[in-house]
Design a protein around this ligand. Structure first.
Ligand code: NAD
Ligand code: WQD
Length: 342
């Protein structure tokens, strides 16, 4: 069974391609390599023994997208990861984000309709909940006004999907990820931020490897037990596996509604200082960090109620925080070709 993975050379996409291929799916990747490299396909082949097809083009290009779908009208479903994701940059360049993230989705949905392709899984985000009024946050929690154009693209994308699905023979699943971290246990694929990382774990591992002098901890005066913000970190391999389950649910017609939403989190919240402690434990290193002022736009605390996903998808995140940071650290060292001993 053939599955299209857009953004399949990216961080979460590449891990998902591995899990799909492990389950026997045939994968075609579309990526414009704006935030990834074609070599990832070699690494996927090394892990799985199967080389996925990669087509390089921009999904914002309507004609190229239409041409692709005409040639691949036999795909059983697709997972749409391709998007820009830097929250800060989206505030500086909103149109870059609206164009890329929304036009690509619209082109895909149009081509799905034209070619009678029925199934789409979409990468959404817990950012749609903002600071939830109740924790843990379930799929029924209200959507809060987006803090950034990036976050807004996720909200609007879910709406575009819902409206389209009402009028076409298309089924959709939006997966709302909490904080994906970690890397494949082979250390052959992982997260590769361009430039200075915005996210916590890549900043930690880049500091430990010597690429950054110091990690800034953005505030310890929040109303949390240790004063630092709390997030639901989820291992990227657990996340990837949930996509295979979602695709399976769609192609085997197990959906309860034409458009479904699932939270992908562990249900456990960890503070910034707890993540640092876990890293120090698994690496045996002392991390150079400093408490600085709060980062604008950060929510205080958010973690998932994964109960509905656990029950309906029969999926559960299995890997713990130490396995997450350990795999991220092994990937950082493998990627830099450098081992850092305690
Ligand atoms: P990533 O940047 O590593 O992967 C995205 C891939 O899409 C990249 O390889 C990029 O080259 C490609 N791409 C972007 N625009 C494209 C276009 N117009 N045409 C073709 N290819 C294009 O990001 P990721 O972390 O793997 O995220 C994947 C998805 O998950 C994104 O939609 C992101 O918004 C969403 N998401 C990510 C996180 C996170 O923390 N990483 C959290 C929630 C949701
Ligand atoms: C986690 C915690 C920071 C870096 C972002 C997006 C969100 C989603 C996931 C896509 C926070 C603290 C971080 C640093 C720090 N992406 N931190 N020093 O902010 O929860 O979510 O990525 O949908 O939309 O906003 O993740 O990893 O940036 O931060 O102290 O150098 O680490 O303040 O408390 P965040 P993050």
């Amino acid at each position: 069974m053939k599955i299209l993975v857009t953004g399949g050379t990216g961080y979460i996409g590449s891990h998902t391609v591995v899990e799909l291929q492990n389950k026997g799916f045939e994968v075609v990747i579309v990526d414009n390599l704006s935030n990834s490299s074609a070599e990832i396909v070699d690494h996927i082949e090394e892990i799985t023994g199967v080389r996925p097809v990669l087509e390089v083009f921009d999904l914002v290009d309507r004609e190229k997208t239409a041409d692709f779908f005409k040639r691949h009208h036999d795909i059983a479903g697709l997972i749409h990861f391709a998007a820009f994701k830097a929250v800060g940059e989206s505030v500086e360049k909103p149109l870059k984000y609206y164009r890329n993230n929304l036009v690509a989705l619209m082109n895909i949905l149009e081509s799905m309709r034209e070619n009678k392709i029925k199934n789409i899984v979409f990468s959404s985000s817990c950012t749609v909940y903002g600071q939830p009024d109740e924790l843990p946050v379930s799929e029924n929690a209200p959507i809060k006004k987006a803090e950034s154009p990036y976050g807004n693209t996720k909200q609007i994308s879910e709406e575009i999907m819902q409206d389209t699905i009402k009028t076409a023979d298309i089924h959709g699943i939006a997966l709302r990820y909490f904080n994906p971290i970690g890397a494949h246990p082979s250390a052959l694929i992982g997260e590769l931020p361009i430039g200075v990382p915005n996210n916590l774990v890549p900043f930690i591992t880049q500091t430990a490897i010597g690429l950054r002098d110091q990690l800034s901890v953005f505030g310890n005066d929040y109303p949390t037990p240790d004063g630092t913000p709390i997030r639901d970190y989820i291992h990227v391999v657990d996340l990837a596996k949930a996509h295979v389950v979602a695709i399976d649910r769609m192609v085997n017609q197990k959906m309860k509604k034409d458009f479904e939403v699932f939270n992908l989190g562990t249900g456990n919240g960890y503070s910034v200082l707890e993540v640092i402690k876990a890293f120090e434990k698994v690496s045996g290193l002392k991390l150079n960090y400093k408490i600085v002022g709060r980062r604008e736009g950060d929510v205080i605390q958010v973690w998932a109620d994964p109960g509905y996903s656990n029950k309906e998808l029969g999926w559960k995140a299995e890997l713990g925080l130490e396995e997450m940071v350990d795999s991220a650290w092994k990937w950082e060292q493998a990627y830099r070709g450098k081992t850092v001993k305690p």
